[in-house]
Design a protein around this ligand. Sequence first.
Ligand code: RP5
Length: 159
Amino acid sequence: MSKVGVIMGSKSDLPVMQDAIDILRGFDIEVEVDIVSAHRTPDKLFDYGKNAHNRGIKVIVAGAGGAAHLPGMVASLSPLPVIGVPVKSSNSIDGWDSVLSILQMPGGVPVATVALNGAKNAGILAAQIIGSSDQCMLDKIIIYKEGLKAKVIDSAKDL
Ligand code: RP5
């Protein structure tokens, strides 16, 4: 079974990152959650980046705020696709520091960066990556998107 790794730089990121965990679990995807700090636990970061793919993890969702080096460093160490979530944390100036730290990766080391605090979309994107080679998951994404459409159409009826 495909697994997604959701990591964050601090427990203080959890209220934001919970959206990724919830949507992934809603798709019945196994989620491995951990706190891995690029600056406070660099050895753990190296171990995680080097070994996540050996535990059945297919996609990594990494969230961090401020000088947000976690997603980029994990992407430098892991062969897996990494989705970065910029978090507007207590040490972030206005969120732009988190966004730009994750977004502006050098050529050769991609991080798919979602919006500020956009953990829900990170979870959906991770599910879509798994769905690209898993028909059952793809069917769930199709149903999810049909649900989005139905909500908009229903909301228009109430106007
Ligand atoms: C970053 O610093 C973490 O990802 C978090 O967003 C931010 C603040 O961390 P704490 O001081 O709350 O632990 O590395």
